[in-house]
Design a protein around this ligand. Structure first.
Ligand code: ATR
Length: 271
C-alpha cells in the first residue's frame, strides 16, 4: 500500500483526501493507494519530513503555511517550482523527495477553457503563494499582469521577481482589463461577506476567477454574477491542481468530470 498525505495547519477543512480517495475508488486503486490529512505545524515540519523518508509515503501535498518553508527540506526541485518559489506537491522515489508546483496549472487550465490568454490583461489580487503560481502561469501564456495587494511591499517583491507591474484599485482602469483573479484568502469561510475586489471595478466583459472554493460562490463571484461577468469557481483550481498531483503520485489520470459533481454537492451541503 502506498500512502499519500496532505499536510498543513489548519488541515481539518482540506478536501484533498475526498478528491484523491474518490479517484482511487473510481479507478480501482483503493488497494494500492490511500490518502489522509495530517496536521503539521511550522515547528514540526523538519522532523515530519525526516520521518517520512524511506517509508511507504509516495506523495505529499503541502498547503498553508508550508509551501515555501518545505523547499530547503527537499532533495530536488522541479524547474517550474523553483521559478515560482513554492511547492504544493512532493513525490518520494527511492528515498529522494522532489518538489513540484501544480497550483499554476489550476489557474491557467480553467481560464484557457473560456479564453485565449495571449495579450489579455489580468489583475491578480494578492502576493502570496497562490498569486505567485497565478503570475507564473499567466505570463507563460502571454497575458499581461498587474498586481494589487493590501501590502504593497509584498506585491513589489513578487512584481520584481516576475517583471510585472504593481498598482492599486483607484488606478485600475476596468475597461482595459479582461480578467480579475482573487488570489488572496479573502472571502473564505467564515468571512463570507468579504471581497478583495471592490464591486465597482467589475464589468460584464470581465472573467472573474476566485481561488477561494469554500464557500462555492464567494462574495466576489456573487458580485461578478450580478454584473453579468463570466465567473470561474475556485473548485476548478482545486480540481486541476489535484489532478496534476494525482498524475505525479499514481501515473494515472484523475477522473475529474466524475469527481466535480461530488465536490460541488459536498460544498453546497456544508453551507
Ligand atoms: P498563500 O501562500 O496561500 O497565497 P499567503 O502567503 O498568506 O497565502 O498570502 C495571502 C494573501 O492574501 C496575501 O496577498 C495577503 O495580503 P498581504 O500581503 O497584505 O498580507 C492577502 N490577504 C489575506 N487577508 C487579507 C485581507 N483581509 N485583506 C486583503 N488581503 C488579504
Amino acid at each position: 500500500m502506498q500512502q499519500c498525505l496532505v499536510i498543513g495547519d489548519p488541515i481539518a477543512q482540506s478536501l484533498s483526501p475526498l478528491l484523491h480517495n474518490k479517484a482511487y475508488e473510481l479507478l480501482g486503486l483503493q488497494d494500492q493507494f490511500s490518502f489522509t490529512a495530517e496536521q503539521v505545524t511550522k515547528e514540526q515540519l523538519p522532523s515530519f519530513m525526516q520521518k517520512i523518508r524511506n517509508t511507504n509515503v509516495r506523495g505529499l501535498s503541502c498547503t498553508v503555511p508550508h509551501k515555501e518553508a518545505v523547499i530547503p527540506l527537499l532533495d530536488e526541485l522541479d524547474e517550474t517550482a523553483k521559478v515560482i518559489g513554492a511547492v504544493n506537491t512532493i513525490v518520494q522515489e527511492n528515498g529522494k523527495l522532489k518538489g513540484y508546483n501544480t497550483d499554476w496549472q489550476g489557474i491557467v487550465e480553467p481560464l484557457k477553457k473560456v479564453i485565449d490568454l495571449k495579450g489579455k490583461r489580468v489583475v491578480v489580487v494578492g502576493a502570496g503563494g497562490g498569486a505567485r503560481g497565478a503570475v507564473y502561469g499567466l505570463l507563460r501564456e502571454g497575458a499581461i499582469v498587474t498586481i494589487v495587494n493590501r501590502t504593497k511591499e509584498k506585491a513589489q517583491i513578487l512584481a520584481g521577481d516576475f517583471s510585472v507591474v504593481v498598482s492599486e484599485w483607484p488606478k485600475i482602469v476596468p475597461e482595459i482589463m479582461d480578467i480579475i483573479i482573487n488570489a488572496t484568502s479573502v472571502g473564505m469561510d467564515p468571512n463570507r461577506d468579504e471581497s478583495a475586489v471592490p464591486s465597482e471595478f467589475i464589468l460584464p466583459r470581465h472573467i472573474a476567477f476566485d481561488i477561494v472554493y469554500n464557500p462555492l460562490e464567494t462574495r466576489f463571484l456573487q458580485d461578478a454574477k450580478k454584473k453579468s461577468a463570466t465567473i470561474i469557481h475556485g473548485t476548478e483550481m482545486l480540481l486541476i491542481q489535484a489532478a496534476e498531483q494525482f498524475r505525479l503520485y499514481t501515473g494515472r489520470e484523475m477522473p475529474v468530470e466524475e469527481i466535480r459533481p461530488m465536490l460541488i454537492s459536498r460544498l453546497l451541503s456544508s453551507k
